[in-house]
Design a protein around this ligand. Structure first.
Ligand SMILES: *[C@@H]1O[C@H](CO)[C@@H](O)[C@H](O)[C@H]1NC(C)=O
Ligand SMILES: *[C@@H]1O[C@H](CO)[C@@H](O)[C@H](O)[C@H]1NC(C)=O
Ligand SMILES: *[C@@H]1O[C@H](CO)[C@@H](O)[C@H](O)[C@H]1NC(C)=O
Ligand SMILES: *[C@@H]1O[C@H](CO)[C@@H](O)[C@H](O)[C@H]1NC(C)=O
Ligand SMILES: *[C@@H]1O[C@H](CO)[C@@H](O)[C@H](O)[C@H]1NC(C)=O
Ligand SMILES: *[C@@H]1O[C@H](CO)[C@@H](O)[C@H](O)[C@H]1NC(C)=O
Ligand SMILES: *[C@@H]1O[C@H](CO)[C@@H](O)[C@H](O)[C@H]1NC(C)=O
Ligand SMILES: *[C@@H]1O[C@H](CO)[C@@H](O)[C@H](O)[C@H]1NC(C)=O
Length: 455
């Protein structure tokens, strides 16, 4: 309760008059100016395929777990900024799908910010954050997979993945038939987890990553403690790329994530567009090869779904458009962002996030103790859009302030806002994705977006 009054006092101290937008010529944020990347454009695939509605669509369900995707990314964020990709509540973050694994159905988190498919296997040993053994139930896994593969585990390989909030899992790799919607990849390389510190929801049994094979987490050898992502990683083709390589689907998938009022689910469409009504006018922008985290292979090939937006449109009492150059000392600086269904919020350069939060009525407050901007749950958000290749994609007020259980902070009594500051790594999470139909066009090495119909 003391935290409740903390937020109230902080808001009171700051006053309720809207802070004017900082002008583009204001002191440049040191943090934002620091971000510099080398961008490489390489076409890995044959080219654009006509967009048509997919025959293989399946529903996404809101999962009762923390957003856990983007393992490498979360770790890098934590290492470089001391921040975690944080939401205060554990409810309703992340989206899950049903898959078949060796003919049995399992529910898994769908993550466009990582690349492995793993399931917890029966006999999995659970530990707490200090690696002390705990009961398996403490991990909160859904049904466990049987601890075997078609041809036994792959010799001399281990699986090792960890998450920014401290969760970690290790296991073995092997081959199994894996079905998503009505597409089955035979003998897909997958991981079975036998050792975990995990905070699950008792429903989902694992996670399925749809990012590029570059980010897979298999390593040579059987001693996970010496795994090194630059030197002992053994890249393998993950499910979505197997389905494409084998010609089972056109080289793309798309996501239509819906907000709570619509059931809080959505659609995953393989090889085409979701089957729902929307205006098929798409804006496309190239995917980029950029080493976002210190991980040598990211400099050589596609890894995350990384794009470079033009800038941002923000309006409160007056309208301001930000190009990236306007808040960087170096006009050649670019601000890559990743499109990540496994992250709940939108993380942008400090300067932009500060301004978005300043234009709420009343202005939001940065809660140092939690490292997050919050506001009253009935505050009025500004108008905010991300400009991608000339098109402004508005983020609805419904997402700019997370008023549901997901965003409610019981310590302060406040609600988390949708756009948060980050240093060097920027992410368009579900707060953005709920406003668009997103096509991950692997064939054309492009992201394509269309506004979601009003809903
Ligand atoms: C998946 O189902 C749809 C419609 O139910 C069908 O048109 C399509 O051919 C099926 N695809 C495969 C690979 O079976
Ligand atoms: C998976 O299937 C089960 C059983 O039909 C169903 O209860 C559950 O909601 C499904 N999950 C998803 C993510 O569609
Ligand atoms: C999962 O089940 C355990 C009991 O087996 C319970 O203690 C825990 O709170 C449940 N977790 C969730 C997220 O429901
Ligand atoms: C996973 O790999 C890291 C190195 O990347 C290592 O520090 C860690 O100990 C490994 N995990 C386990 C459980 O061995
Ligand atoms: C679809 O969007 C485009 C671009 O905004 C617009 O010009 C067009 O009129 C829209 N079509 C329909 C049927 O609403
Ligand atoms: C904008 O779209 C055009 C047409 O698809 C494409 O050629 C161009 O590379 C895109 N530019 C940016 C900056 O996204
Ligand atoms: C991997 O390589 C990058 C350079 O691309 C380096 O910054 C990083 O420290 C290396 N990581 C390890 C674990 O050696
Ligand atoms: C880059 O990734 C694609 C897709 O996984 C793969 O086909 C290609 O061989 C990779 N290229 C390099 C240089 O690793």
């Amino acid at each position: 309760m003391i935290w409740s009054s903390f937020l109230a006092a902080a808001l009171l101290l700051q006053g309720t008059s809207a802070t004017p937008i900082k002008r583009a010529t204001d002191t440049i944020s040191k943090r934002a100016a620091k971000a510099k990347f080398t961008v490489k454009d390489t076409k890995a695939f044959a080219g654009a395929t006509e967009l048509k509605t997919s025959n293989s669509v399946l529903s996404l369900k809101t999962a009762g777990v923390k957003a856990k995707g983007s393992s490498a990314l979360h770790n890098a964020v934590r290492a470089s900024t001391g921040r975690t990709l944080l939401i205060p509540s554990e409810e309703g973050a992340g989206y899950s799908v049903n898959i078949t694994f060796g003919g049995k159905t399992f529910e898994v988190i769908l993550d466009t910010g990582s690349s492995d498919l793993w399931l917890a296997e029966s006999g999995v040993k659970c530990v707490d954050v200090d690696m002390d053994p705990v009961a398996t139930a403490e991990c909160g896994f859904g049904p466990l997979a049987s601890a075997s593969f078609q041809d036994g585990a792959i010799a001399n390989e281990n699986f090792n993945i960890s998450y920014g909030d401290g969760e970690f899992l290790t296991g073995v790799l092997g081959y199994e038939n894996v079905g998503v919607a009505n597409i089955t990849v035979d003998k897909q390389e997958v991981a079975l987890v036998n050792y975990a510190y995990w905070e699950g929801d008792n429903v989902t049994s694992g996670l399925m990553g749809f990012a590029y094979p570059t980010l897979t987490s298999a390593y040579r050898g059987t001693d996970a403690s010496v795994d090194n992502e630059n030197t002992t990683a053994v890249q393998y083709t993950n499910w979505i790329f197997s389905a494409i390589d084998q010609g089972l689907i056109d080289p793309m998938f798309s996501l239509a994530i819906e907000r709570g009022s619509n059931g809080g689910g959505g659609q995953l469409a393989l090889g085409g567009l979701p089957s729902l009504a929307f205006n098929h006018t798409f804006t496309s922008t190239p995917l980029k090869i950029i080493e976002l985290t210190p991980h040598a292979v990211e400099a050589k090939n596609y890894s995350y779904y990384t794009i470079i937006p033009d800038g941002f449109l923000l309006s409160g009492e007056e309208e301001t458009y930000y190009g990236f150059q306007e808040f960087s000392e170096d006009p050649s600086t670019t601000y890559p962002v990743i499109v990540d269904s496994g992250t709940t919020l939108v993380y942008l350069p400090e300067r932009v996030a500060d301004d978005v939060n300043a234009l709420f009525d009343p202005p939001s407050v940065y809660i140092e103790e939690e490292g997050v901007y919050e506001n009253y749950c009935d505050a009025v958000p500004p108008t905010f859009a991300i400009r991608i290749n000339g098109t402004d994609f508005y983020i609805s007020g419904a997402e700019l302030l997370l008023t549901g259980e997901l965003g409610y902070d019981e310590y302060t009594g406040g609600c988390v806002t949708g756009v948060q500051p980050m240093d060097g790594i920027y992410i368009l999470g579900d707060v953005f994705l709920k406003n668009v139909i997103a096509v991950f066009d692997i064939g054309a090495s492009e992201m394509r977006f269309a506004p979601h119909e009003k809903y």
